[in-house]
Design a binder for this molecule. Structure first.
Ligand code: ATP
Length: 336
């Protein structure tokens, strides 16, 4: 909205110029709108790790006919479902998911250019079914590669503002679920403990053992081998090889102490690295915003505070009023 110039009578010519600028920008906006009308509409749910993107995607997909396209670069691979936090089948409520757990980890790393191609074909197929493509995940370089009008295959990341493409090949509605970092850090630490309770350690042990047998990719940390959890447990598994029982060089007592120390070190490293990941992802989101992406921010901080206070009723109410309700309104307006 152009601000009122009522209190600045001395700048009449500027006012006229303002009107002209307004007219011109309206025409330009209209032209862009016409151009956007030819593009497929997509909704992109962004946010750093742990902010509730998957939950929001299902809530949206059960209100609008939609299908989810995963944009988390670790979740594209098959395996390590707990470690990489893939949304479990029963929570998907029948919503089709694409590019989730489909790449064989032994095929090496999926590049941003490959993701751009696969994502584009999923978007075409979903749009052809007259359904809404919902791109969901925390890997901002994948999202950038997918939606940018022009993509430089040489740049496999989001290094600076200059590399942000403001020209997009889809008509995009960006929802950004944001949680203040200090609150999120507390939640993420608890999430790591929960993941360990539901079998993350056992999942990592099986993966490590199988890698040992295969021997092919173990030295090269590519693709899913970068997932937070694996590198952090390498020291532990080197001493306590999965399937070996107690190492022969240690007495039982020394072994138990050593095991506990290495285990605690691994868990601490996972928590630290998850926080680091969240911080880096937030910087990338802010870079995309400064680079011209129109991100609609949804503040889920209070909902997370309530979760930390074990008040799930309050948390659901806040989520509904601060995140889900506004998201549904934004998407409705976008699709109208
Ligand atoms: P970059 O351009 O630096 O790759 P990005 O935003 O595209 O950033 P991220 O999703 O931030 O990619 O992933 C960066 C790293 O964070 C991964 O290589 C991995 O180590 C870790 N990571 C990301 N997502 C997960 C996940 N779901 N589970 C475990 N680790 C993850």
């Amino acid at each position: 909205r152009v601000p009122s110039l009522r209190f600045l009578p001395a700048i009449k010519p500027a006012r006229q110029r303002c009107r002209w600028v307004r007219m011109e920008s309206t025409t330009r906006r209209q032209r862009r709108k016409d151009k956007d009308n030819d593009k497929n509409k997509i909704v992109v749910i962004m946010g750093v790790t742990g902010t509730g993107k998957s939950r929001l995607s299902i809530e949206i997909a059960t209100r609008f006919p939609a299908e989810v396209i995963n944009s988390d670069k670790m979740q594209v691979y098959r395996g390590l479902d707990i470690t990489t936090n893939k949304i479990p089948m029963h929570e998907r409520l029948g919503v089709p998911h694409h590019l989730l757990g489909v790449v064989d980890p032994s095929d090496g790393e999926l590049s941003s250019s490959e993701y751009r191609l696969l994502g584009a074909s999923a978007i075409s197929a979903i749009s052809a079914r007259h359904r809404l493509p919902l791109v969901v995940g925390g890997s901002n370089s994948f999202i950038h590669a997918l939606v940018s009008d022009r993509f430089d295959p040489g740049s496999d990341g989001l290094d600076g503002l200059n590399s942000v493409s403001a020209e997009l090949r889809y008509d995009c509605c960006f929802l950004w679920v944001d949680v203040s970092l200090p609150v999120l850090y507390k939640y993420l630490a608890r999430r790591v403990d929960d993941m360990l309770h539901v079998g993350m350690f056992e999942e990592l042990a099986v993966f490590y053992e199988q890698e040992g047998k295969r021997k092919s990719h173990t030295a090269r940390r590519v693709g899913i081998r970068k997932a937070i959890g694996l590198p952090e447990f390498v020291n532990y598994f080197r001493v306590f090889r999965p399937g070996d029982g107690m190492t022969s060089t240690l007495t039982q007592l020394e072994g138990e102490v050593e095991r506990r120390v290495l285990f605690e070190e691994a868990v601490k490293a996972i928590k630290d690295n998850t926080n680091e990941l969240a911080k880096r992802q937030l910087e990338k989101i802010q870079r995309l915003r400064s680079g011209g992406w129109d991100l609609q921010r949804l503040d889920a901080t209070e909902a997370f505070r309530a979760v930390l206070a074990s008040d799930s009723v309050k948390s659901s109410e806040i989520w509904e009023s601060e995140v889900l309700g506004p998201s549904v309104k934004i998407v409705s307006r976008f699709l109208a």
